[in-house]
Design a protein around this ligand. Structure first.
Ligand code: ZN
Length: 345
């Protein structure tokens, strides 16, 4: 099958793909419960897809200057140990980061570098929560690259996309954990919870829905059915109904959304966002509960670069993505955050 052929290059079994879809399908009630809570917060009778992007706190905003962000990052990443923190400090002190917007500078953010240099980060820091998350995210990529390049020969120093978002997401999870612990007003907690639940929804639920769309469309062709825009529309609309139907008004226009997702030109790519997030979620829980033992394994993972297949690397780090429970556990984190948001209403 097209799916088998695509996963083969990373030595990923079709089970991993199917388990992800199955686990998410079994947890759609939590997604709909989350949307229902949003509806209550926003005071709406009906909620539509476009309402999901509206913030829940009207006047609350967080202003986080870069100096403060550095301090927060260092505190949030404490669970990763002194050595990791030392590298983050070097990144700050030795100017690995091009921080602010500038005339002619590219937008967005990324981490880059060469085999024999330290990593470099380009970002456009804007004193807000989103920038803080971007900073800690890119630092995750940088540390992964730093450890891999220091440890591996040139040939194996690059890591695969399947594991690429683990280190960055894990940092984000430690950050949200830290910020929620410190938050001292209801508005701040709601603001943080909403921010992170949206990240979760768009990374795990939404990307898995995309993955299911790809699975269904390819399977349809393999069954000998031609695909036209009408078939794409129907499959996509039905999926939206299945995912959001118990809480959201699924407008007919959403049927066309598949046409604006550029990732569909790279077949079976988007599921890696959801599995990466799930793996990071499981590993961050381990780091927070088991401490040093889990941290040591995790640092070994960062050092392993592209020297083994992704599933083996993650297994050594402590998470088996061939087991459905690994995704279930991540979805439990989502459920806990939804519970917290519900309590704030
Ligand atoms: Zn990233």
């Amino acid at each position: 099958s097209a799916l088998y052929a695509s996963l083969f290059q990373d030595d990923i079994s079709v089970d991993v793909y199917n388990n992800l879809i199955k686990a998410v399908d079994e947890n759609l009630d939590t997604l709909n419960r989350y949307v229902d809570i949003k509806k209550k917060f926003l005071g709406l009778e009906d909620i539509h897809m476009y309402d999901l992007y509206v913030p829940l706190t009207e006047s609350f905003d967080m202003k986080i200057p870069y100096e403060e962000a550095q301090e927060i990052v260092l505190n949030a990443l404490k669970p990763l140990g002194e050595e990791y923190l030392g590298l983050i400090k070097r990144a700050f002190e030795e100017n690995w980061i091009d921080v602010y917007e500038n005339e002619g500078k590219q937008g967005g953010a990324y981490s880059w570098g060469s085999y024999d240099s330290h990593p470099y980060i380009l970002m456009n820091y804007k004193d807000d929560l989103n920038s803080l998350f971007t900073l800690i995210h890119e630092l995750g990529h940088s540390m992964h690259s730093y450890y891999s390049k220091k440890t591996q020969p040139y040939l194996y120093s690059g890591y695969k996309i399947f594991v690429a978002e683990v280190a960055s997401t894990l940092n984000e999870l430690l950050l949200i954990n830290y910020l929620l612990e410190k938050a001292d007003s209801k508005e701040e907690r709601v603001y943080l919870l909403n921010y992170y639940l949206e990240q979760f929804r768009t990374t795990v639920y939404r990307q898995t829905m995309f993955a299911e769309f790809e699975k269904l469309t390819h399977a349809s062709v393999e069954d000998g059915n031609p695909l036209t825009a009408k078939e794409f529309n129907d499959i996509y609309y039905d999926l939206n109904k299945k995912y959001y139907g118990n809480s959201t008004v699924v407008d007919e226009q959403i049927a066309l959304e598949w046409a604006r997702i550029p990732h569909f030109y790279s077949n079976f790519y988007v599921y890696k966002y959801a599995t990466g997030f799930s793996a990071a979620s499981a590993l961050s829980q381990k780091i927070l509960t088991e401490g040093k033992v889990a941290v040591d394994k995790y640092i070994e993972f960062l050092k392993s670069g592209g020297s083994d297949y992704p599933l083996n690397q993650l297994k050594s780090a402590g998470v088996d993505m061939e087991k459905k429970e690994s995704v279930d556990k991540a979805l439990e984190v989502f459920k806990e955050l939804v519970d917290k948001l519900e309590k704030e209403y």
